[in-house]
Design a protein around this ligand. Structure first.
Ligand code: ASP
Length: 457
């Protein structure tokens, strides 16, 4: 059995849904279907999820939100009409939308989560109806009935392990298609809570694990995951096969095709994932597979870069001998509930790298002041535009000369490396550069490795 998940752009319009339905019905094995909310039809379009956030905002601010509710409803009408679904089949979706403000919510965050989840909920209901109208045995399944239980905050929930047990016991016929909405589950108290944005991938992975699927097919709008960002490198190579942990490291560093949290249930269940293009399902796409038995074809599988970092650099003589130095700094971060991304150290130096999006200037000043008072460094510097480049590849393990092959093209470009950090996993190397140099460094390293200049020994 296969779980198939469609992204928002794959379900954004009638013709897009038509492609998705062809894929669903092409194989009897494709039994569990996960829908996203309708996404963008064109560049300036607004995703239904974002319209729902607007709708929730209107209600939370005491307005009626009718205009935006109607705009949301029209997205479903457009899809339903494309399949000649009678309006009375589509109207119940409007009723659900208009009833949302009348429900009880513990607070505004729960209200927002519930509204947001309805992009996928209504789409799953609509798609089940369209399939039925075509004579396909299809059933809408609500996460509540299947047992997707979540904990955590209402807009950033995590799956509760008990869900897997409940899913195992979920009964269905061998010839029916189950249509699940992605992106949300129910808290123990019975309220809707969503995963983080892009979280329908997570639902797909949970279902793949819970139903012991043979494959999790993730349909999106690209032919494959590419070895570098096509905006930075001209026509990068597609990745045909990669391991879970390669994907995990690359998605952390900016590969946004597949949600990083969605890997965890797939890894736990050892379910292979196939990322494919809804418009070209005949193309092989990218397989994400367990490490065992994997034979890398290239040294580097992918290069990613993120420019949204900032770094706090500290210098103090004899830092290595001072007991509790790092602890006191971390206590300050803890006080501000701030997590850091990396902490490379030297004998007299320490750098703390932060996700810039979690900070503001006031917070940076406060932290710098406290660190200055607490540990009296000889030098303390805030580097605002810091970039991290991540090179990932199972092929790097046990290979001599990789650092040389990375440093050579970077040096040729006249780019200075601020940090080099080889992860304990040995399948990734992280570089720190000035944000302005990051793209050039990525392009130079890519050319060096993928155009066969790298020597290896
Ligand atoms: N519709 C949700 C979002 O836009 C979830 C998803 O598409 O996976 O974030």
């Amino acid at each position: 059995m296969k779980v198939v998940k469609f992204g928002g752009s794959s379900l954004a319009s009638g013709p897009a849904v038509e492609n998705a339905l062809k894929i669903i019905t092409a194989e009897a094995e494709r039994q569990v279907v996960v829908t996203s909310a309708p996404g963008k039809r064109f560049d300036d379009d607004i995703k239904v999820t974002d319209l729902l956030i607007k709708y929730a905002h209107e209600i939370n601010h005491g307005r009626n939100g009718l205009e935006v509710a109607d705009r949301i409803f029209q997205r479903y009408v457009e899809i339903g009409e494309y399949f000649n679904l009678p309006l009375e089949e589509i109207l119940p979706l409007k009723e659900i939308l208009l009833n949302l403000p009348k429900e009880h919510y513990p607070n505004k965050n729960y209200l927002q989560a519930t509204f947001k989840a309805h992009g996928e909920r209504l789409n799953a209901k609509l798609i089940a109806k369209i399939l039925q109208s075509q004579g396909v045995k299809a059933r809408y399944v609500d996460p509540k009935d299947a047992g997707i239980i979540v904990t955590g905050s209402p807009n950033n929930a995590s799956v509760n392990p008990e869900s897997y047990q409940l899913l195992e016991n979920f009964a269905y016929d061998a010839d029916e298609k189950l249509i699940f909405p992605g992106f949300y589950g129910y808290t123990l108290a019975g309220h809707i809570a969503t995963f983080s944005r892009g979280g329908s991938d997570i639902t797909g992975a949970i279902l793949a694990r819970g139903f012991h699927a043979d494959l999790y097919e993730n349909f999106t709008d690209v032919d494959a995951i590419f070895s570098a960002n096509p905006k930075v490198v001209d026509q990068p190579q597609p990745i045909h096969t990669m391991t879970y942990r390669e994907m995990r490291e690359l998605s952390y560093a900016g590969f946004s095709v597949f949600h990083d949290e969605a890997l965890i249930p797939a890894i736990q269940g050892q379910i292979p994932i196939n990322v494919k293009n809804t418009q070209h399902p005949e193309k092989r796409g990218t397989m994400i597979v367990p490490e065992k038995g994997f034979k890398p074809e290239t040294v580097i599988t992918g290069i990613a870069s993120g420019k949204h970092f900032g770094a706090l650099y500290l210098h103090k003589y004899l830092l290595n001998k001072e007991v509790g130095f790092t602890l006191r700094i971390l206590q300050i971060l803890n006080k501000y509930k701030l997590s850091y991304e990396h902490m490379p150290t030297g004998i007299d130096d320490l750098t703390l790298i932060f996700d810039r999006d979690t900070l503001n200037d006031e917070l940076i000043d406060q932290i710098c002041n406290e660190i200055q008072n607490e540990v009296s460094p000889d030098h303390l510097e805030w580097i605002s535009n810091y970039a991290i480049i991540m090179l990932v590849g199972e092929g790097m393990r046990d290979r001599i000369g990789v650092i040389r092959d990375i440093a050579t093209p970077v040096a040729r470009e006249g780019i200075s490396l601020r940090m080099v950090n080889q992860g304990a996993s040995e399948i990734s190397i992280m570089l720190g550069t000035a944000a302005k140099d990051a793209d050039r460094a990525v392009a130079a390293i890519y050319d060096y490795f993928f155009k066969q200049e790298a020597q290896g020994e």
